[in-house]
Design a protein around this ligand. Structure first.
Ligand code: BYC
Length: 327
């Protein structure tokens, strides 16, 4: 979407006045926040629109794998917790669309790009949620990976994005804990429940690692985004931090990470891991994952069925405006 042509001269800042570019970089280096009305390079604006809108879409599409379990949650309490979590994701989408709008893109445009299949959203949400333990694995691993990626975004150089991320991260932290608590219950439950937890871990481990994006050598945007302090860490560094934090949690659950090459490296103090299947990752982000079509279909259906609500809101606003004119 917006990134198409991101490598053209305008996007690299080559058409922006050099003195403005230098002054902008000085502000970034001095850790000043960039606000919507400030001058910014065209590539900075495009990168943020791309990343923030992808992030917003991920929050919205991310409700779907969990929505699958609302009617099947094992108890009323679990159902309420799950509903609250899903509602939080909708709220995150709202903050993020609002943050992207401050950059001059309309919400309609962003949503059109999602529904037409032009815009990306996180690869993880194209995997199915097959058993109740998947709700645990999603909270523990998916929200866990999201926190690892998003805590540094609280220090992103763009003010509205960084401020939105503070609240998002607080809520993600609750989501991660509720997921781990489900895993704990299942892993310490009956042999069948433990097997369900292991099965969920087996299916979500590698896709969770892919959430951090391609390896550093293949990440097209990282270098520039780090220079602009949109990103603070590389994809591989965040992935490694996530693995180092998560492996002991899996051990505590008594579960096995599905990576035979996973090994603690005494010299580096990190867990070395096996090769990620990048072919699978690129297939999923190209639209060919197990649930890509289903997810977009569900979003299109929701959008169509919500048309009357949007029309009613506009009609109400128009009525209010007319009444104020008369008064
Ligand atoms: N999935 O140069 P790179 C959540 C794309 S929601 C799909 O490294 P960048 C939650 C990338 O966009 C979690 N696409 O890019 C919600 C680029 O394509 P384009 C969402 C991916 O931007 C509900 C290309 O690959 N979090 O937490 O520097 C329930 C090259 O990549 C993915 C965010 O969105 C992927 N996994 O780095 C539970 C966080 N990875 O645009 C939880 C904000 C890469 O050139 N985003 N691509 O066509 C980011 O931090 C960065 O955008 C990324 C990628 C680290 C994801």
């Amino acid at each position: 979407m917006y990134s198409q042509g991101l490598n053209g001269p305008a996007e690299k800042g080559e058409t922006d006045p050099p003195e403005l570019l230098e002054a902008f970089q000085r502000r970034i280096d001095a850790e000043e926040k960039i606000e919507p009305r400030d001058w910014m390079p065209s590539g900075y604006r495009k990168t943020l629109i791309r990343q923030i809108s992808q992030h917003a879409h991920s929050e919205v599409v991310g409700q779907l794998p969990e929505g699958n379990w609302v009617t099947r949650a094992p108890t009323l309490k679990r159902k309420l917790i799950l509903l609250a979590k899903i509602q939080d994701e909708a709220g995150h989408g709202l903050y993020l669309y609002s943050a992207a709008e401050t950059l001059g893109v309309s919400r309609e445009q962003m949503i059109d790009d999602l529904l037409s299949g032009k815009a990306k959203y996180s690869s993880i949400f194209n995997y199915p949620t097959l058993n109740w333990a998947d709700m645990g694995a999603v909270g523990w691993l998916v929200d866990g990976a999201a926190i690892m990626n998003q805590v540094p975004l609280c220090r992103c150089s763009y003010g509205p994005y960084s401020r939105a991320m503070i609240r998002v991260c607080k809520e993600e932290s609750f989501h991660q804990r509720q997921g781990y608590e489900i895993m704990l219950k299942m892993a310490k439950g009956s042999p069948e429940q433990k097997q369900m937890a292991q099965d969920a871990l087996n299916r979500f481990w590698w896709p969770a690692l892919m959430m951090f994006g391609p390896s550093d050598k293949d990440s097209v945007h990282s270098a520039q985004s780090m220079k602009w302090k949109i990103k603070r860490f590389s994809n591989d560094d965040l992935r490694q931090k996530f693995i180092d934090a998560t492996v002991p949690q899996a051990h505590y659950l008594g579960l096995t990470i599905p990576d035979p090459e996973l090994k603690y490296n005494q010299e580096t103090g990190h867990w070395d891991h096996g090769e990620i299947d990048w072919e699978e990752f690129y297939q999923v982000i190209a639209g060919n994952g197990p649930c890509n079509r289903e997810r977009l279909e569900a979003r299109r259906k929701a959008h169509d069925e919500g048309a009357w609500v949007r029309e009613a809101v506009l009609a109400y606003n128009e009525k209010q405006r007319k009444q104020q004119e008369v008064a």
